[in-house]
Design a protein around this ligand. Structure first.
Ligand code: IFM
Length: 432
């Protein structure tokens, strides 16, 4: 559907056309993760008081859920495999898990939906946690055993692999903020976990490539726009630069240069010496973008007072998506890999901000593509309401609700996908 008449100015590239069209073959989809949607999982979370219970029963309802995704026009879907289902005890492999996820993958292919599959999304088997989890570099081999086995068992089903989802978020929530299992409070340990996860990513990359040289393998990182709380204050500026580097670019830098060195004031440096294993170990970059934070001189992250916010109090700030993509683009260029927006969305129980959020953020994606950045897909978080980790079931991120009713924003997303873009007029309608 093309609306005539409205020509507006784009900050990026001069006059905008009447219709913001996306590239042919652009991937449109949504993301989920196993523990948040499947139900019936026993892992390090369920056994330490953060039990997702039956979640939204996607384990049994996956086919009808994918039917909804197909009806919305999705041509790609991102989800994760639950390691604890495959290997409930060390070295005991459960054939049911392979059978189940093969059915899941076939169900996507039958509907023309391309799978993007994460091998780690915050959860691990309880036995792995009991061994010291990601704190011990020696445990990386446990995860690689799982990676090798599942990629061998599922690799014939045309999968785009994502080694890990948001490794730094996991490291800091679980080992520094202590909100997630194993509930620790040590920045030093969080940095060591981050290093082990990065090493594990690189090793998994090469392991999968040794089995499937043509495999398309990415890493997904959460990126957050950051500004100093006091822009005129040199300490505030310095802390913001440090946080920005650590949280947003250090991993892209490490994959580009083949080495990692993080040194925070008062802590021991965390280092990966130059290694060929790390350098270039990525075929695509996944970016999860939600919000901007102001960084206090203490390093604390604060939401800008008076800003438009989601139900979780996260600032709605679409310019931040442009900013994080622009800071990633030079790395993507050097690595010669495309970028996917692997998550973007908000908690909005009334669905009274999600439609505008979609238009505002997709307008940025469109502008970035016009400026020559290779963004190949957009995955909304999430397909349906689900378990929001330590925040439980109180926050609704879904295009569909838990009963699979379509929210109005889902209908809007469907129109965008069907048209592979949207009229520029909508920018005015949705306050861009
Ligand atoms: O629900 C999470 C998801 O698991 C990882 N990225 C952020 C989402 C919203 O908090």
């Amino acid at each position: 559907m093309i609306f005539a008449g409205c020509r507006s100015e784009s900050a990026e590239s001069g006059p905008r056309p009447d219709f913001l069209g996306f590239p042919k073959n652009f991937y449109w989809g949504a993301s989920t993760s196993a523990y948040q949607v499947e139900g019936g999982i026993i892992n390090d979370w369920s056994l330490t008081g953060l039990d997702a219970g039956q979640a939204v029963d996607h384990y049994h309802r996956y086919a009808s859920d994918f039917e909804q995704a197909r009806a919305m026009g999705h041509n790609a879907h991102r989800f994760s495999l639950e390691w604890a289902r495959f290997e409930p005890e060390p070295g005991r492999w459960n054939p049911e898990a392979v059978k189940h996820y093969r059915q899941v993958l076939n169900s996507l292919h039958e509907r023309g939906i391309e799978p993007f599959v994460a091998l780690l999304h915050f959860t691990q088997p309880a036995w792995f946690a009991a061994r010291g989890g990601w704190l011990k570099a020696a445990n990386i081999q446990d995860w690689l055993d799982f990676v090798g086995r599942v990629t061998e068992c599922l690799g014939d089903l045309n999968v785009n692999w994502i080694t890990q989802n948001e490794p730094l978020v996991y490291a800091f929530q679980a080992y520094d903020d202590g909100r997630w299992p194993p509930f620790m409070h040590s920045r030093q340990l969080a940095l060591e976990v981050a290093r082990n996860l990065l090493l594990a990513h690189a090793q998994a990359y090469h392991l999968i490539k040794s089995q499937q040289p043509q495999a398309h393998i990415g890493l997904v990182k959460n990126m957050t726009a950051m500004d100093p709380q006091y822009p005129w204050h040199p300490l505030s500026q310095l802390i913001t630069r440090l946080q920005d580097k650590l949280f947003n670019t250090a991993i892209w830098e490490a994959l580009t240069s083949g080495q990692l060195r993080i040194k925070l004031p008062g802590l021991k440096p965390v280092v990966i010496p130059p290694t060929r294993e790390l350098k270039g170990a990525i075929d695509f970059i996944g970016i999860n973008y939600y919000t901007r934070y102001l960084v206090a001189p203490s390093g604390k992250l604060i939401t800008r007072a008076g800003s438009p916010q989601s139900d979780l109090g996260w600032e709605i700030y679409s310019e931040g998506l442009s900013r994080v993509i622009k800071m990633t683009a030079p790395y993507a260029h050097k690595l010669n890999v495309p970028i996917y927006i692997t998550e973007n969305g908000l908690a909005d129980s009334q669905d009274n901000r999600r439609s505008a959020y979609l238009i505002q953020h997709l307008a940025k994606v469109w502008e970035l593509i016009q400026s020559g950045i290779a963004i190949k897909g957009y995955f909304h978080w999430s397909l349906m309401d689900n378990y929001e980790w330590a925040d439980g079931y109180g926050y609704q991120f879904g295009l569909l609700d838990a009963e699979r009713n379509w929210r109005d924003s889902a209908k809007l997303y469907q129109r965008i996908i069907q048209a592979n873009g949207f009229p520029a007029e909508w920018l005015i309608d949705y306050g861009v």
